[in-house]
Design a protein around this ligand. Sequence first.
Ligand code: NCD
Ligand code: ZN
Ligand code: ZN
Length: 343
Amino acid sequence: MSRITITRPDDWHLHLRDAEHMRAVLPDTARRFARAIVMPNLKPPVTTTALALQYRDRIRAALPAGAAFEPLMTLYLTDNTQPAEIEKAKRSGVVHAVKYYPAGATTNSDSGVTDLEKCRGVFEAMESCGMPLLLHGEVTDPAVDVFDRERVFLERVLAPLVERHARLRVVLEHITTREAARFVATAPPRVAATITAHHLLINRNALFTGGIRPHHYCLPVAKREEHRRALVEVAVSGIPKFFLGTDSAPHARHTKETDCGCAGIYTAHAGIELYAEAFDAARSLDRLQGFASHFGPDFYGLPRNSENITLERSEWRVPDELAFGPDKLVPFRAGGKLKWNLV
Ligand code: NCD
Ligand code: ZN
Ligand code: ZN
């Protein structure tokens, strides 16, 4: 197959940042995807419906002329989030999920949840109105090895949570392990997962190829090859619980190339092309449409998109760096080749 036409995809996990940084990256996503679940980890975080509405207005105002792109907003869960805020969010029609960050787990997660017990009432409100909970699924216990933090999260946090809240819909975001793939595959239908393109394409060796590679550093950090293979297996399986979420996470070059570099990989410049490459390598291009365009809206209870996009097999070179407002960023595969192109 050298050309493939699929329903226009959506990105179910995206970081757009704000202001001039947002204006720099938004066109990459809007060109490929019809909708995206926009992460709320701004500084300060998007903790209320009112803040989400304002952020949505800023995104829409920054869209290139003629772009038909719809930002789907999320709320940042804190220890102080009230059940009434969830009801307000649901009524707004523009907030589609609530995001759980364990405090300190990842970029801008300082206001995240310190104690799940404090969120019981909020989770009950989410169960009642069918609002999904999106999870950054890692424990922050410094005694747990950084490569085990997702696996331990499944046992310590996710399994009890799914059990205690029998109607809660959850999406385990950016899964990186065989254990997470298996957990989600065997859980009830209300439990789903997103998978990034980079976790389908690289393993942890990519962090250390010939030297330390800060642009391959993200959280959860890439794992061993056997885990990458397990992710590819479920991504191409046709199981509707697994769908596309790029976790494209732009950071200025100087904040990654430093002695304490930020976590996050920018993939929006090739947000669908990279998945095409991963599915092609697994000889499963026929499964791309379900994963990229159907299973996400089905899970969120939204209509599938009606337009199509076409990808063709033709090599192109990724720039060494991209403008990022007043800064620069280094995109995934910078200076390297990509095998698929958006027509
Ligand atoms: C994300 C970011 O930069 O906002 N970074 C990352 O490594 N994935 C945060 C996140 O999704 O955990
Ligand atoms: Zn995360
Ligand atoms: Zn993310």
